[in-house]
Design a protein around this ligand. Structure first.
Ligand code: ZN
Length: 269
């Protein structure tokens, strides 16, 4: 499942490749699940529109469109578990499980492929911001307020998309490790200093992952559809039983909010 850094990488890659392009026509598949808006509405919104910008909002890819009649609308793509956006030459084979093909004025095609069909395509007027705050830009006071008086484990709240959007399991574990905070700590028990460390480490982890992803953009969106997800070198995530990189104690795995959760019992308190 792509998390914030992967979605940011993909959105940036698409922006580089197709911003300024006009969508000439759209083909939609017959499977209903990927279509959050009616097929006819998606086709009507996309056809003839120019892609002004592609960017990430939460875990969504947002295409800002300028319509034929100067209207402004948005095409919003959620990749789900297995969704991919491919920029392809029309002569390349259309992969199985392709649900949308947008033919671009340059002759290339933008294809949405999703074998498991948890991804979603939607169009809307106006501007989409999604629920929750943006973890890369939220300031410290607003960040601290999210956890004020909350008794849930801090890890569960980091994953709550209504508070912060786009933070997933990997980056929640990694940022808690760097901040020295145990995932099960009740949010209201965190000191101001701990919250400061968490605010800083969350942004740092996400930014490092985005920077690491820059080099794999081409692998990701290229026509053959190879998955190019980079992996930030994880310090705790997926390292159960391995020695902590700081203190050499074994990394533990527990379940918090239904998710496998990794931490160092020595470095995190
Ligand atoms: Zn440790």
């Amino acid at each position: 499942m792509p998390e914030l850094p992967e979605v940011e990488t993909i959105a940036n890659g698409l922006h580089k490749r197709i911003s300024g392009e006009r969508i000439e026509s759209v083909w939609l598949g017959r499977k209903p699940e990927p279509l959050k808006s009616p097929a006819a509405e998606i086709a009507r919104t996309l056809e003839g529109a120019r892609v002004k910008e592609v960017r990430r909002v939460g875990k969504h890819i947002v295409f800002d469109l300028a319509g034929r009649n100067d209207g402004h609308s948005q095409w919003i793509v959620h990749l789900g578990m297995t969704g991919r956006m491919l920029v392809a030459n029309p002569e390349s084979e259309v992969p199985k499980h392709t649900h949308l093909v947008a033919r671009l004025a340059s002759g290339r095609e933008l294809r949405f492929v999703d074998p498991r069909r948890f991804g979603r395509l939607e169009v809307r007027e106006g501007s989409f911001s999604g629920p929750g705050s943006e973890p890369l830009t939220i300031d410290f006071e607003d960040f601290a307020r999210l956890f004020h008086r909350r008794t849930a484990p801090i890890k569960a709240l980091l994953l709550n998309q209504n508070l912060l959007h786009g933070v997933g399991n990997i980056y929640a574990d990694e940022s808690l490790f760097r901040a020295g905070i145990r995932p099960r700590r009740r949010a209201h028990s965190l000191t101001r200093n701990e919250l400061k460390k968490l605010h800083a480490s969350l942004r740092k982890v996400l930014k490092e992952a985005i920077a690491a992803g820059g080099s794999s953009i081409s692998d990701y969106v290229d026509a053959d559809g190879e998955e190019g997800f980079f992996q930030l070198r994880h310090r705790v995530y997926g390292r159960e039983g391995e020695p902590c990189l700081v203190c050499k104690k074994k990394i533990k795995k527990i379940v918090v909010a239904g998710r496998g959760t990794h931490y160092c019992p020595e470095c995190q308190r």
